[in-house]
Design a protein around this ligand. Structure first.
Ligand SMILES: [Zn+2]
Length: 140
């Protein structure tokens, strides 16, 4: 994989990635793009409409909000205290659907990676993105 982005450009992109509270999926896409990866966004042809589709690596990435996708063991993924039954049904339903979509994608031969919003908070962001890149490109 030839990295076509200059050092200056990359450090500019990284400083933006580190410094700002950008939407999580935009952070992930900017980073992957800065690393020279090319991908499709929100491709509806795939189960669950993955945020990032990398055909070359047969990999899809979901960038999930901890609340809506009920990130297990995460402090941001709490069932609200009012309308408990509604929220339980809604959020567990989302989680079940995510799992189903992941299984479908895996059956189709795709590697499925989920990045959680809480892993993209400023203190963890750089490590998370580096790990993601390594996961995508491992074996290539
Ligand atoms: Zn989380």
């Amino acid at each position: 994989m030839v990295d076509k982005v200059s050092k200056e450009k990359r450090s500019y992109i990284m400083s933006r990635i580190r410094g700002k509270d950008t939407k999580p999926e935009i952070l992930v896409r900017s980073y992957l793009f800065s690393k020279g990866l090319r991908f499709r966004k929100n491709d509806k042809r795939y189960p669950g409409t993955p945020d990032v589709v990398l055909p070359k690596y047969k990999t899809v990435v979901f960038v999930n909000g901890c609340f809506w996708h009920l990130h297990e063991g995460c402090k941001y993924a709490r069932i609200p205290k009012s309308n408990v039954e509604f929220w339980k049904k809604k959020l567990y339903g989302n989680k079940k659907r995510d799992k189903h979509n992941q299984e479908l994608l895996e059956e189709m031969g795709w590697k499925v990676i989920t990045v959680w919003e809480c892993e993209l908070k400023k203190d963890k962001r750089e490590q998370t993105l580096e790990n993601l890149y390594a996961q995508i490109t491992s074996g290539h």
